[in-house]
Design a protein around this ligand. Structure first.
Ligand SMILES: Cc1cc2nc3c(=O)[nH]c(=O)nc-3n(C[C@H](O)[C@H](O)[C@H](O)COP(=O)(O)OP(=O)(O)OC[C@H]3O[C@@H](n4cnc5c(N)ncnc54)[C@H](O)[C@@H]3O)c2cc1C
Length: 425
């Protein structure tokens, strides 16, 4: 066997998780190869956070896990080894200061994702990691005799490369133009792993509600509203209080993106074709407070009263929904009409029949089942020497830095343990 074709650790995928995995493997002093199909590393990382890279989130361990609705709890053991504060320290030690914005979101002070990528690339080079770009991997190679284990890979160009430990860091299927085309799922399957069905998360919702099909509110954005996803027993699945926007095909904006994974899961699990949502336009006021404010302005027109709580177009849409002329003075409403109005202010009905596809969403839901992966090491429970990290795993977080955090955390742990495991071969 040619010396150059034998590594201690091979990391497949040069994105957020793979860069970190290769750095951590090399830090343990083992011969490390990072192999990437694109001509350049970190294409998705460069796009992240609108080109600014929301690199992590400064929050408590509990809140971090809660903001990773797709198996966040699986990360506890990994977070004990490397967490969001370690990410901040990692970059600070390399001379990259991060700044905190709203909701704990951390960005490089340069406001450039390139700063993050270049720092990771410099670290790889300093550690002597061999980097092969423009080299798509075709498949993994397994030991067929004796104890089964992964032993290497074959590139699409037909080159065979052997490794004592292999880390799969090839991402999910969101934004495939960045290289994340879902190649890793078939390899995980070949190693005996279960792939939990994929679904889009952090993806705008599709709706054929009348006000969407008639484009009544297209382009209207709402600040600090609460969106709730309901199940078929009228139990709330999740509520998110953030901004949202009406689009020509449905609903989008941060609150909607956060709800989208839950909507897709609900639709898939129930087999129904529509999911019910509601919109609270004044989530910080009780119904009694709203009523009191309205009663204090009995002579005013309905539209005037509504406009103090929401944009005019939304107020007009509500008047249409409850079939009350917007110029009607409040004092002329009967009790039932007032109740109906309040319901529409705090539980405006919406539906969604799905979301934009995975390719257009930010993050892939589903993936390599975490039940078959060691949470402390990211090693496969089924195939020795095979490790997983990043979005390829059935782990997904909300926007806000949680996905890159999950990628860095799992990448760090996978790289480190892959290096240690390579000593045993
Ligand atoms: C537009 C956008 C903005 C985002 N912004 C943020 C943000 O600000 N903060 C945040 O926390 N999350 C953000 N995310 C999510 C986050 O970027 C991803 O969850 C994270 O990068 C996943 O890391 P990964 O290493 O698993 O996969 P990726 O970063 O996708 O890396 C996978 C790599 O594997 C390579 N690869 C795939 N197949 C092969 C193969 N056959 N051979 C060789 N190489 C292969 C790919 O080319 C790719 O480089 C954003 C996502 C998108 C789409």
């Amino acid at each position: 066997m040619n010396q150059i074709d034998q590594y201690d650790v091979i990391v497949i995928g040069g994105g957020s998780s793979g860069l970190m995995a290769a750095i951590n493997a090399a830090q343990e002093g083992v011969r490390t190869l990072l192999i990437e199909k694109n001509k350049k590393l970190g294409r998705k990382l460069l796009l992240s956070g609108g080109g600014r890279c929301n690199v992590t989130n400064r929050t408590s361990r509990e809140a971090l896990v809660q903001h990773i609705p797709g198996n966040g709890k699986f990360l506890y053991s990994a977070l004990n080894q490397f967490d969001q504060e370690d990410i901040i320290r990692f970059f600070r030690d390399k001379g990259v200061a991060l700044k905190e914005e709203d909701h704990g979101r951390m960005f490089p002070v340069t406001d450039k994702a390139r700063t993050i990528l270049e720092t990771l690339e410099q670290t790889l080079n300093q550690l002597g990691v061999t980097i092969l770009t423009d080299t798509p991997v075709d498949c993994l190679l397994f030991n067929k005799e004796g104890n089964p284990r992964v032993i290497g890979l074959k590139t699409k160009a037909g080159q065979t490369i052997y490794g004592k430990s292999i880390v799969l860091a090839c991402g999910g299927r969101a934004y495939p133009k960045t290289g994340a085309e879902g190649d890793g799922y078939a390899w995980a399957k070949a190693a005996g792993h279960t792939i939990e069905p994929l679904y889009p998360t952090e993806s705008p919702l599709l709706s054929n509600d009348k006000l969407i099909s008639q484009k009544t509110l297209q382009g209207l954005s709402l600040q600090d509203v609460a969106v709730t996803v309901w199940d078929d027993k009228d139990k709330p699945i999740v509520t998110h209080q953030m901004d949202m926007i009406f689009t020509h095909f449905g609903y989008s904006g941060p609150a909607i993106l956060r709800c989208s994974g839950h909507v897709n899961l609900y639709l898939r699990e129930t087999g129904t074709d529509s999911c019910r949502l509601s919109l609270n336009l004044q989530p910080n006021l009780s119904q009694e407070a709203l009523l009191e404010q309205a009663e204090g302005q009995r002579d005013k027109q309905i539209l005037t009263i509504l406009k103090q709580w929401m944009p005019e177009r939304m107020a007009q849409a509500i008047c249409q929904c409850v079939a009350i002329d917007e110029s009607t003075p409040y004092k002329q409403l009967v009790h039932k009409q007032v109740q109906n109005l309040l319901t529409h202010i705090q539980a405006f009905p919406m539906t969604a029949y799905g979301s934009l596809p995975i390719e257009k969403g930010f993050v892939t839901g589903g993936g390599v089942s975490v039940k078959e992966v060691q949470p402390k090491t990211m090693e496969s429970k089924l195939m020795p020497q095979l490790f997983f990290c990043g979005e390829l795993l059935d782990i997904n977080g909300y926007t806000g830095g949680y996905n890159i955090t999950a990628a860095f955390v799992t990448g760090t742990v996978a790289g480190r343990h892959a290096a240690w495991a390579s000593y045993s071969v």
